[in-house]
Design a protein around this ligand. Structure first.
Ligand code: ADP
Length: 164
């Protein structure tokens, strides 16, 4: 069984992430979307458990997609899950430099682990979780940015943040 891991902060999951998930899921027997908790990006909008719950809701109908979280090293997690590949989405050249460095480090730590890059679909190249948070903060319509199942959650969380 070919298992791949798609790691990220997913704070929150966007339509760009979902596009990568759907495209990667057809290439592997199982795709594990893993919320990485120790990535240095602290002070997120959603807690790791909330992010997992939102992703669950969005991938509910994709039968070979699983959701998990990890606070350890990605290469250790992949070894434990017997994953053969890490999937990464590439939006721009700026993603490339950082991601290739990470891929080389991960292969050094776990020589049987490959990193597979999927180019972002053109219509999502501009999209990141940070853009979503910025838009939500100013009350923009989020329907072009995040899956509809979670729009209410993002708006509500931002309202709490604004008022708290
Ligand atoms: P963000 O930069 O949105 O905070 P994450 O850390 O959650 O992203 O990203 C997880 C993975 O998803 C990374 O491989 C990232 O390059 C990829 N990704 C993020 N947004 C997009 C997008 N719009 N299109 C394709 N890949 C993306």
């Amino acid at each position: 069984m070919k298992i791949a891991v798609y790691p990220g902060s997913f704070d929150p999951i966007t339509l760009g992430h979902l596009n990568i998930i759907k495209r990667a899921a057809v290439c592997f027997d199982r795709l594990v979307v893993c919320v990485m908790v120790n990535s240095g990006k602290d002070g997120g909008l959603f807690t790791p458990d909330e992010r997992v719950e939102l992703i669950h809701r969005v991938v509910d109908r994709l039968p070979n997609v699983e959701v998990d979280r990890s606070s350890g090293l990605l290469s250790d997690y992949c070894r434990r899950r017997k994953a053969c590949a890490v999937v990464k989405g590439l939006r721009a050249v700026s993603d490339y430099e950082k991601e290739v460095q990470m891929a080389l480090i991960n292969r050094k730590l776990n020589p049987r682990l490959e990193t597979m890059f999927l180019p972002s679909s053109a219509k999502y190249t501009y999209l990141s979780s940070s853009v979503v948070k910025e838009m939500a903060f100013y009350g923009s319509d989020l329907s072009d940015f995040v899956p509809r199942e979670i729009i209410g959650d993002v708006n509500e969380k931002m309202r709490q943040r604004r008022e708290g």
